[in-house]
Design a binder for this molecule. Sequence first.
Ligand SMILES: CC(C)(COP(=O)([O-])OP(=O)([O-])OC[C@H]1O[C@@H](n2cnc3c(N)ncnc32)[C@H](O)[C@@H]1OP(=O)([O-])[O-])[C@@H](O)C(=O)NCCC(=O)NCCSC(=O)C[C@@](C)(O)CC(=O)[O-]
Length: 299
Amino acid sequence: MSLPQQVRLVEVGPRDGLQNEARPVTLVQRVELVDRLSAAGLGHIEAGSFVSPRWVPQMADSAAVFGNIRRRSGVRYSALVPNLQGMEAAIAAGATEVAVFASASEGFSQRNINCSISESLQRFAPVMALAGEQGMAVRGYLSCVLGCPYDGRVDPQQVAAVSAELLAMGCYEISLGDTIGVGVASATRQLIETVSRRVPREQLAGHFHDTYGQAQSNIYAALLEGVSVFDSSVAGLGGCPYARGASGNVASEDVLYMLNGMGIDTGVDIEQLVRTGQWICQVLGRDNGSRVGRAMGKV
Ligand SMILES: CC(C)(COP(=O)([O-])OP(=O)([O-])OC[C@H]1O[C@@H](n2cnc3c(N)ncnc32)[C@H](O)[C@@H]1OP(=O)([O-])[O-])[C@@H](O)C(=O)NCCC(=O)NCCSC(=O)C[C@@](C)(O)CC(=O)[O-]
């Protein structure tokens, strides 16, 4: 399969990234992060989540984030929602679209959202119904597609089955999450080959954490399999509070550098993105998780 000419990057730093930061991030800083990312050309930004603040306190102020960002025309500002309560809050806050999230493994489903996979899908039914009434697009995340911190190996057929259910419920795209970053390129290819028998490749996205340094090669493997949407996080922010040892998402700057080098268009300005990564690392007092960010920061 030939490589795509264009890739859509979904920037998840303000949600997947900041949800796992120990240091408190102010509302002003969260808003500025989203605004800097849209200014850099990112067209799809997950700006926050409407989950229980007891479970993920870092995302507690998401409504205020949506209320204060400088909205650029054409940019999709999405929100993560686990249930109808979250969906109603996301609509009230003015999210452009939402994402529901399920797990391919039972162990992670219980730890992350306190219910089984099948219960989680039942919770999404009213979310999908309300989204339909509102004409709102819903993305579906599936976690632990290449391994689970609680259950170990995850069968690709199981990933395909839950992906197909999310698609049948009305999700326009299924983002396959290697939540703990354990996958390697050959497993990624096999996974996409299996899942694509149930979900068209054009409706799949890749969401790779970089815990074991495999994210970029997994993205390349997914590109070769015809996937052209990838989630990433500026400066490699993040992890997952319910997956011990999970490091951040693959850094947006690193993905962009690779795609630029391969002549694949994303519409994102690498210089501005690198500056945004440097800025947020300064704000958080953390090291920059992007190699490209570190290298370009020196020149
Ligand atoms: C799903 C629940 C709520 C179940 O949590 P629960 O405790 O089982 O829920 P409940 O329905 O019994 O409600 C308990 C309390 O939570 C409240 N509540 C209920 N729903 C909401 C809501 N939407 N917003 C705000 N509050 C809510 C509800 O009102 C009630 O409040 P109380 O009466 O006790 O004061 C909880 O487990 C939860 O919020 N989990 C979120 C976990 C999370 O956000 N994890 C990180 C995101 S997933 C991820 O990062 C993976 C991904 C997507 O990036 C892909 C990848 O990398 O694999």
